[in-house]
Structure formats: C-alpha cells, structure tokens
Design a protein around this ligand. Structure first.
Ligand code: ADP
Ligand code: ADP
Ligand code: ZN
Length: 216
C-alpha cells in the first residue's frame, strides 16, 4: 500500500504519520525531515535547500524528485510492505513524476488522504510547535507540552523551534500551499484517490479517522 498524506502546514502530518506507519507496518518518508537532516549535516544539498525552507518557499521540483527517487530505491524499505509519503508530492509536477516512476515498476499510489484544518487553527499550531532535536517527536507548547520544560519525554532530547515557524514564513507557506500544493488535491480527486478527513479534533480522534480511512 502506498499512501500520500497531505494537508497544509500545521495540519498534523508529522504527528500522525509515524503513528500510522507503526500501526500498519509502513515506512514513513518525510521530505521535510530529509531536508532538515541535510541542513543539519551541512551538505551541499542542505545549504542550497535552507534558503528556500527558511523563507517558506518550496525547494525546486527536480531536486525533490531526485531525492524521493533515491529514497524509494533504498533497500531499507523492502522490509516494509507499505509506504507513507509525508510532504511529497507538493506540486502537480511532483505528483506526475511520482506516478511515472511508480508506473515504470508496475506500482501506483493507492490513496491520498488530506487532513483538513482551518486557517486560524493552523496558525495557532505552528506558533507553538516544538520538535525534539534528537528523535523528532512533535510537541506543542500549549496543546501538548512536554512534562519537563524544553526536554523530550521520549528521549530527553532538546526541544527546538523551526525557523520557518516564524510568522512571516508561516504566512508565505500558507500562500505557497494554496497556490502550488492545493492543485495536487484536485490531481488525486480526478483519479478518485482523494479522501479528506477532519483534522480539527484531538490527535487521538484524528488518528482514528485516519486509520478507518486507510482500512476502508
Ligand atoms: P510542514 O510539515 O510544516 O508542512 P515540511 O516539514 O513538510 O513542512 O517541509 C518543510 C519545508 O521543506 C517546506 O516549507 C519546503 O521548503 C521544503 N519541502 C519539504 N517537502 C518538499 C517538497 N516535496 N517540495 C518542495 N519543498 C519541500
Ligand atoms: P505538519 O507536519 O502537518 O506541519 P505537525 O504534526 O508538526 O504538522 O503539527 C503542528 C503542530 O500542531 C505541532 O506542534 C503539533 O504538536 C500540533 N498538533 C498536531 N496535531 C494536533 C491536533 N490534532 N490538535 C492540536 N495540536 C496538534
Ligand atoms: Zn526525543
């Protein structure tokens, strides 16, 4: 099973995808996490991508298409029967390239699931987002704070805020989402592969909806 998890910044993709991956024994592929790892390692790709990411702009399509092709060819994934793509595709060109690449191996995307959350809530979520620098567990400083200030409940790692969660970058990311990523929803809708679920509830409730959508 190949699932694309979609939704605007702050919708809860990074919160839900690892849970779903564990539940259905899928690999979780997050292009945002992959890019942030490149930035942290100060690779040539990371240094190039950082400028786009900090401003809330998209990294160029060909860079992302090459990155995901390399990742999906990775042997690690053979251990998993399924894959959850989180943060890719983000443009219609990326969606087309993904379909072409899968078609060449006789595969296809089975479902695109969109977490639907209204604008004001997205802004509140991003304004309080903090992530463990070590294990990447997501927190929210108000809605799901760690039990000890600034430290991850899971591993004790340091909680960090993302540079692109500053208000100006958030405004740009929401605009970029409307202009470049929302058309991807129509792309999957036209293929009868899109399910929209309500992402406004508590994380456990959203997870239940997500799971029943995957199992139907
Ligand atoms: P969020 O979860 O807040 O939507 P991500 O962690 O998925 O954000 O992505 C962070 C940033 O990484 C994006 O704003 C963009 O600059 C870059 N990025 C991630 N995935 C892609 C992609 N598929 N195409 C282009 N840029 C991407
Ligand atoms: P995305 O990956 O789609 O950008 P995240 O999963 O990182 O979104 O969530 C953004 C912020 O909102 C994080 O601080 C996270 O803890 C919080 N969050 C995620 N899901 C919910 C929810 N259902 N209700 C309240 N806050 C949430
Ligand atoms: Zn941690």
């Amino acid at each position: 099973m190949r699932i694309v998890l979609m939704g605007p910044p702050g919708a809860g993709k990074g919160t839900q995808a690892p849970r779903l991956a564990e539940k259905i024994n899928a690999s979780h592929v997050s292009t945002g996490d992959m890019l942030r790892a490149e930035v942290a390692a100060r690779t040539r790709l990371g240094l190039m991508a950082k400028k786009f990411m900090d401003a809330g702009d998209l990294v160029p399509d060909q860079v992302m298409i090459d990155m995901i092709a390399a990742r999906m060819a990775n042997d690690d994934d053979n251990a998993h029967p399924s894959i959850i793509l989180d943060g890719f595709p983000r443009t219609v060109s990326q969606a087309e390239a993904l379909d072409d690449a899968l078609q060449a191996t006789g595969g296809a995307i089975d479902a695109a699931i969109m977490l639907d959350v209204e604008r004001g809530e997205l802004v509140r979520r991003l304004a309080g987002r903090a992530t463990c620098a070590n294990c990447k567990t997501p927190y929210h400083l108000t809605f799901s704070p760690p039990s000890k200030d600034g430290a991850c409940d899971n591993c004790g790692g340091e909680l960090v805020r993302r540079p692109d969660d500053q208000p100006e970058a958030v405004r740009n990311r929401l605009r970029v989402y409307d202009e470049q990523t929302a058309p991807v929803l129509e792309y999957y809708r036209a293929k009868n592969k899109l399910t929209v679920i309500d992402g406004a509830g508590a994380p456990d409730d959203v997870f239940k909806l997500l799971l029943s959508s995957v199992r139907s």
